[in-house]
Design a protein around this ligand. Structure first.
Ligand SMILES: Cc1cc2nc3c(=O)[nH]c(=O)nc-3n(C[C@H](O)[C@H](O)[C@H](O)COP(=O)(O)O)c2cc1C
Length: 218
């Protein structure tokens, strides 16, 4: 199996997000799977979609992102940073997203990755969404950390929705939209507030989720 880990955290080594990424990587490699990591901050991945995404524009007078993506798909008329991510996705059977919850959502660098990489003609078309999305057959496992504890976040739900609700736009509206099989998310609540043994439990929970992702039937 080929796995891609999309890592969206500004600290590459010492954060709990880095530890979770490393557990996922080690679990997969121990089983003999190939793992490729997209470290978006290390790659200095540009989060802002726009004319600079393309090697040529079909309508430079009136820029339309979806319109340009529609034309770029067939000719791969994308800049290298986008083609590299698309090629990694094409090769991947399992994609793991590791990131902290920021503003009840994904970090901007990951949102930008979705805007630019999961493009029209590559990941979806008008006729290819959800079950028929162009990335169908790939599994997606989302692994997040939060600042708030499970109890604190539950207490905020009248303002923010539940965790399941505020993750829905990314899980369903992005990953599900392009056809991926979205696995139950792995949530490490408030790791900064935990004792070491509870943090280890969070790492073990991700290990179990990754193992499950590798053995489940499609
Ligand atoms: C810009 C920003 C926004 C944040 N928004 C939230 C939030 O909406 N909900 C939450 O529980 N924690 C929030 N946090 C806290 C982070 O989720 C938390 O620091 C992180 O998950 C801890 O993992 P780390 O130590 O690997 O960074 C936010 C942090 C930052 C910097």
């Amino acid at each position: 199996m080929n796995a891609l880990i999309v890592y969206a955290h500004p600290e590459p080594r010492r954060s709990i997000n880095a530890a979770l990424r490393d557990v996922a990587t080690a679990t997969l490699r121990e089983l003999g799977h190939d793992v490729v990591i997209s470290d978006l901050y290390e790659q200095k991945f540009d989060a802002v979609a726009g004319p600079g995404d393309f090697t040529r524009l079909v309508n430079p007078e009136h820029f339309g992102l979806v319109h340009e993506q529609r034309h770029a798909a067939a000719e791969r008329a994308y800049v290298r940073a986008i083609l590299d991510e698309q090629d990694k996705l094409t090769a991947a059977d399992l994609v793991i997203f590791q990131f902290p919850v920021w503003w009840y959502s994904v970090p901007a660098i990951l949102k930008g990755w979705a805007d630019r990489v999961l493009s029209y003609g590559f990941a979806y078309t008008d006729d290819n969404v959800f079950e028929t999305g162009l990335l169908r057959g790939k599994r997606a496992l989302v692994s997040i950390t939060t600042g708030g504890s499970e109890v604190e976040l539950a207490g905020d739900r009248d303002y923010t929705g539940t965790v399941e609700q505020f993750l829905k736009p990314f899980l369903g509206g992005v990953l599900g939209y392009v056809g991926m099989t979205v696995l139950p998310p792995c949530i490490a609540f408030a790791p900064a507030e935990l004792e070491l043994e509870d943090r280890i439990r969070q790492l073990e929970a991700l290990r179990a989720a990754v193992l499950h992702a590798t053995i489940m039937n499609r």
